[in-house]
Design a protein around this ligand. Structure first.
Ligand code: FPP
Length: 227
């Protein structure tokens, strides 16, 4: 969800104003995905690298998270949406973690869509964590090295309950992955749009999905094999 800062700057406002308006795009995107029948939506809300931003901005983002969680719990319940989170969650401020866990607990039986927030998330950190967890199991004779396969790795990632990514959308014109779900996007379709996140609305999401529908996903096979 890139471009909040630039959006605010263009309007002569502080970055926090961009983040605040970014939450409106979050709400619209979540609603639109649920209406379309998309089963999983993962939003990259805060990266491990984002901790290096000025303290004031980090604090603002954390406050915005708490207020958004408080405000949106009803929307999640009304729309049968389950909230989930991935990342190094224990590094989040206690207040954020408490609110997050409360909403996760209250929405755990919802079935229509899973909304996953990537918070204090970094793909390399996730992979490191996975390697450590598997190594401990090898050391304790729970897993034997020759049995380590892709499914074992999948089961130890933060995304263990999620399928691989089908479509990855990055806003604001940046054409990078920036440490997001590196393992899980192996066969994802990538979609880059110049729209800044606070301007990203329902119709922009539809454009991305229409573009996705035109792509031929071959997963290494030939066109003939999949047709
Ligand atoms: C990137 O734009 C955006 C973020 C680091 C924060 C995203 C957070 C929100 C949209 C609001 C809170 C989220 C939820 C789920 C309620 P940037 O600041 O890097 O913008 P720039 O690239 O223009 O500087």
């Amino acid at each position: 969800m890139d471009g909040n800062g630039r959006w605010a700057k263009q309007k002569g406002m502080l970055r926090a104003f961009g983040h605040e308006n970014g939450t409106k795009s979050v709400r619209e995107t979540v609603e639109a995905c649920a209406e379309l029948g998309i089963e999983n939506l993962t939003l990259y809300a805060f990266s491990t690298e984002n901790w290096n931003r000025p303290k004031l901005e980090v604090d603002t983002l954390m406050k915005l998270l708490v207020s958004s969680l408080k405000k949106e719990i009803k929307t999640l319940l009304d729309n049968n949406i389950k909230l989930s989170a991935i990342g190094n969650l224990k590094s989040l401020p206690k207040k954020v973690l408490r609110e997050l866990n409360e909403v996760i607990e209250n929405t755990k039986d919802n079935k229509r869509m899973t909304l996953t927030l990537a918070l204090s998330y970094g793909s390399r950190e996730e992979l490191l964590n996975t390697v450590k967890e598997i190594s401990i199991k090898v050391k304790n004779n729970i897993i034997s090295p020759e049995n380590i396969d892709e499914s074992i790795i999948n089961e130890h990632l933060y995304t263990r309950n999620l399928p691989d990514v089908d479509l990855l959308i990055r806003t604001s014109g940046e054409q990078r992955i920036s440490n997001f779900l590196l393992w899980q996007i192996a066969y994802a379709e990538l979609y880059f749009t110049p729209i800044l996140w606070p301007d990203f609305k329902r119709l922009h999401l539809y454009d991305a999905i229409i573009e996705y529908q035109k792509r031929e996903r071959r997963f290494g096979k030939t066109s003939e094999q999949i047709s």
